[in-house]
Write a protein that binds this ligand. Structure first.
Ligand SMILES: Nc1ncnc2c1ncn2[C@@H]1O[C@H](COP(=O)(O)OP(=O)(O)OP(=O)(O)O)[C@@H](O)[C@H]1O
Ligand SMILES: [Mg+2]
Length: 455
């Protein structure tokens, strides 16, 4: 016998925290309904395709699948089991301290969502009920900054090498932290607005002067040098004209970390609407079951033609996407999947978020692939039974996205110009092993030569 589960969705993207709606999970469905009082307040909804003005009081019904128990916008608040378990472990250890040990599977997912589904990335906060929401929002004390000490650093390090599965020291110091997805262990924290100085606090819950929210990503021993690589490619993206959040690299007890300012908060710490492209695409198409199960051509089409507009300026968004992809080719990042692309709403516009996670994963042999998602029928057979090459596929993609060959050339030349010193910059990295340096240089030189041929 199954019992239906219920929870509420709140947001503090307006002037004060307000309830957005509620949802029920049955054995077969997830059903979400906006509060009628929420519909006309002009605040963002659950997701781009679930705009409150379109949905109204109609209940959204989502058929549960092996990929999504919940609507994609809610599912994304639960760190997936498959992607390492740092965040899950953190919350499960905290639950254990409260004498709660949920069963594996959906029981655990639900418990994690109730404990860590608020105060995280984006504008959506999930709570068990309204009382818990009110209680949580009413705690507007400024979280105390404290200096990361050896103890915390040490237990974190243990945690990361998987020798020690208890997150006790971290939890004692910080309490439960809101959850965040992804493969690399990371924490949501806040730091002085002036920048990283070794002092951290829990994320803000309201406007706090002189404080900014950050994501901290820890370098896993399996990816030596990844922090430096992420910093370098963030810098290159900024130089190539992309909006890039502020970031700082540091060490916590000999463990490299990168702290990146949150793009889903405005300067006053207020949450901005954000949704990953994965969530948008999965909402619109049940065949999208993984963060890579689409292709850039289709994404371009969706941006152009979705009956419910996905972005305010489709032309600009497609240009951004194409340039990001070419930038990822030139820097050796085959990992530009739909969870590494997000939309935000800012100043009444919906657009791609600032750049995050541009890390050139091809530096690590097990991630050495040109692209995690197909583009321009690359590698497929053409009408002469010849596999379509990189150059032809890129031209094809640009065409599918509605760009002339000349526009493609302009983008490619810009990307090549801003990444011209990449090999030298890679050689200057202190922590990326020589072998990975040489591999990345070899791989990207090859790709850049082909890109040059397009000119
Ligand atoms: N600066 C930021 N502001 C707000 N949210 C962020 C920021 N950086 C990352 N995120 C969110 O956290 C998620 C995970 O971060 P990120 O993609 O950097 O690491 P990762 O997913 O662990 O790496 P990988 O994609 O290699 O698995 C992102 O998908 C995004 O939703
Ligand atoms: Mg990512």
């Amino acid at each position: 016998m199954a019992t239906d589960r219920e929870a509420v969705v709140w947001t503090r993207s307006g002037t004060a925290p307000v309830r957005m709606g509620r949802f029920v999970v049955t054995d077969t469905e997830c059903r979400y309904t906006y509060d009628s009082s929420y519909l006309d307040n002009g605040l963002p909804g659950l997701g781009i395709l679930y705009d409150p003005t379109f949905i109204g009081e109609n209940t959204i019904t989502w058929k549960r699948s092996q990929y999504f128990d919940l609507l994609p916008q809610l599912q994304t608040l639960i760190p997936p089991t498959s992607e390492g378990n740092f965040q899950r472990q953190l919350i499960l250890s905290w639950l254990q301290q409260q004498n709660k040990t949920p069963e594996q599977g959906f029981d655990s997912d639900w418990a994690i969502l109730m404990a860590g589904g608020h105060g995280g990335i984006g504008h959506i906060d999930v709570f068990e009920n309204d009382d818990q929401a009110s209680e949580w929002y009413s705690d507007t004390r400024t979280q105390e900054l404290f200096t990361i000490n050896e103890d915390l650093g040490f237990s974190l390090k243990d945690f990361m090498t998987w020798f020690d599965n208890s997150a006790e020291a971290l939890i004692e110091a910080l309490g439960p932290t809101p959850s965040v997805g992804g493969a690399i262990p990371k924490l949501l924290l806040s730091i002085p607005d002036s920048g990283w100085d070794g002092r951290i606090a829990l994320p803000t819950r309201c406007a706090v002067a002189d404080r900014t929210d950050i994501v901290v990503k820890f370098e896993k021993p399996t990816y030596p040098g990844i922090v430096e690589l992420e910093a370098l490619t963030l810098q290159l993206h900024a130089e190539a004209g992309f909006e890039v959040p502020r970031y700082w690299t540091a060490e916590i007890n000999a463990m490299p970390v990168i702290a990146i300012e949150r793009y889903d908060r405005d300067p006053n710490g207020k949450p901005l609407f954000t949704e990953s492209l994965y969530s948008v695409m999965a909402t619109g198409d049940s065949r999208v079951t993984h963060h890579y199960s689409s292709n850039y051509d289709d994404i371009g089409r969706v941006i152009e033609r979705s009956p419910i507009p996905i972005v305010s300026d489709p032309q600009e968004a497609k240009h951004h996407l194409l340039k990001r992809l070419i930038m990822s080719f030139a820097t050796g990042n085959g990992d530009l999947h739909m969870e590494n692309l997000s939309l935000i709403q800012r100043d009444g516009q919906t657009l791609f978020s600032p750049v995050y996670d541009p890390t050139p994963m091809r530096a690590y042999s097990r991630h050495d692939m040109l692209s995690v998602m197909p583009f321009g029928n690359y590698g497929e057979l053409d009408n002469k039974d010849q596999p379509i090459g990189f150059e032809a596929a890129l031209v094809h993609l640009a065409k599918n996205m509605g760009f002339s060959r000349n526009t493609l050339r302009l983008i490619v030349s810009e990307v090549l110009e801003h990444t011209a010193s990449y090999p030298q910059q890679i050689r200057q990295l202190q922590t990326l092993p020589k072998e990975n340096q040489e591999n990345l240089i070899r791989i990207t030189t090859l790709v850049r030569d082909i890109l040059n041929g397009l000119m």
